[in-house]
Design a binder for this molecule. Structure first.
Ligand code: GLY
Ligand code: MN
Ligand code: MN
Length: 443
């Protein structure tokens, strides 16, 4: 029998218990249903992040029901029953008894009794927290259970009254990373940094974008990570201006820049890094001018990260540096305030500077509350990734022509600490000189 790794990825059981305690306190008479769908295509299973976050459960087909003082306890778990024939094909299952013990469930059942037990577990709940949107059998079960319970409940004057997305309860918790989560994010970051260093040595004229992708994705696995956190982007020349370019099927030209956006996953936590470098090992004057602006925006935005500032202010810091740089280069013209008001800069810097990072690449959590930008707090993790892209001629900007085909983004992963910030991916060089020195194995 193949030995099984720890499904909870080495996290302390108390962490999951503490998260459930908070959620149970917030449920206020409602029930929460989380599940990890099976993948009908038979691909590698991607565990449901919310289910993992609250329970440590990663098995396909698992369902957790949380409800304070529920009929079978606060935490009821359903997992696939043992089945020698099916396990021969897809590997060992825990089965309800072992799973219940391992994950601290009050009651554990086989998934075969889910349709019978679920309506009972949900009966009389005020509302249900459940993610709608899949075509899964569970969704029909939950909706059916809602209807049944509603029919019975109406006679007694109790709910359930509706279905609410679990993100309302879980996103605010997931946004604040525990030190044990940060450990995993440091591992993901260091695998990514090592893989990038390896890849930079292979860069050269005529090398395929796909070859760099292969080195990175291979290294992510070889170094013990779970693989890429998202499809690796390797965009040479004008491909760098396509923000979600993933074809990676061109060969690099001598004078090209190459934008590489990639990150390893480690123990379900992700990293997300971008570096842009010259294939020849030397930036042209035009490339270097834009690189210096983007790097300054990146550095100033990171420096500004500390508890108490808003995520919007981080974006504004990067945006303003980019606007100053583009005005100086003559790419933008006129008054800075007008450039901001008219959003003329968006022709070159069309995206935000940051997103949350964690179990997901674009991790959960609101960026604003009631129209006010979110204030950074210790334990949040965000990317800083300003970029400037010159896809083609831009109306009203003759000077932009000098830079057509240049696309530059620089991205690092940053934790908000009590004192300020920690850059998880700081070990990967970013200065123009260091980058030039690493290309093509010169480093
Ligand atoms: N790689 C996705 C992003 O940077 O947002
Ligand atoms: Mn990103
Ligand atoms: Mn990225």
């Amino acid at each position: 029998m193949k030995k099984s790794p720890d499904p909870t990825r080495g996290f302390s059981p108390e962490i999951f218990a503490a998260r459930r305690k908070r959620v149970l306190a917030d449920l206020d008479g409602s029930a929460l249903v989380l599940s990890s769908e099976t993948d009908p295509s038979g691909g590698r299973h991607r565990p449901d992040r919310d289910l993992f976050y609250l329970t440590g459960v990663t098995e396909p087909g698992a369902v957790a029901v949380l409800r304070a003082d529920g009929e079978d306890g606060d935490f009821v778990l359903f997992v696939r029953v043992r089945n020698a024939e099916e396990e021969r094909w897809s590997g060992e299952r825990l089965g309800p008894d072992r799973a219940g013990e391992m994950f601290g469930a009050d009651t554990a059942y086989g998934s075969d009794v889910l349709s019978k037990r679920l309506p009972k577990l949900l009966a009389g709940a005020k509302s249900m927290y459940f993610r709608i949107g899949s075509e899964s059998p569970l969704q029909s079960l939950v909706v059916g259970a809602l209807q049944t319970a509603r029919l019975q409940g109406a006679r007694k004057g109790v709910g359930p009254y509706g279905i609410i997305d679990p993100g309302q309860l879980l996103d605010p918790q997931r946004l604040m990373k525990h030190p044990e989560e940060l450990e995993r994010m440091r591992s993901a970051a260091s695998i990514t940094v090592e893989a990038f260093a390896e890849m930079l040595g292979a860069v050269g004229q005529g090398v395929g974008e796909w070859e760099l992708e292969g080195i990175l994705d291979g290294a992510f696995r070889r170094k013990g990570g779970g693989g890429p956190s998202y499809p690796t982007i390797v965009g040479s020349g004008a491909n760098a201006c396509v923000l979600h370019y993933v074809e990676n099927n061109c060969r690099m030209g001598d004078g090209d820049l190459v934008l590489v956006d990639a990150g390893a996953e480690a123990d379900l936590y992700v990293s997300d890094v971008t570096r842009t470098f010259p294939v020849s090992g030397s930036f042209t004057a035009a490339q270097r001018a834009i690189y210096d602006v983007v790097l300054e925006a990146h550095d100033r935005a990171i420096e500004a990260i500390q508890p108490g500032v808003t995520v919007e202010s981080i974006h504004h810091t990067a945006r303003n540096v980019c606007i100053d740089g583009l005005l100086e280069l003559g790419v933008l013209n006129g008054d800075k305030e007008k450039v901001i008001d008219t959003e003329a800069y968006k022709a070159f810097f069309p995206h935000q500077t940051s997103h949350w990072l964690g179990l997901d690449v674009h991790d959960v959590g609101d960026y604003a509350h009631s129209g006010a930008s979110r204030v950074l707090e210790r334990g949040m993790v965000l990317t800083v990734e300003p970029g400037l892209y010159f896809q083609g001629a831009v109306e009203g900007s003759a000077s932009a022509d000098d830079y057509v085909g240049i696309g530059i983004r620089i991205e690092d992963d940053v934790v908000v600490t009590a004192e300020g910030h920690e850059v998880l991916t700081a070990a990967l060089p970013v200065s123009a000189e260091e980058i030039e020195g690493l290309v093509g194995g010169k480093g």
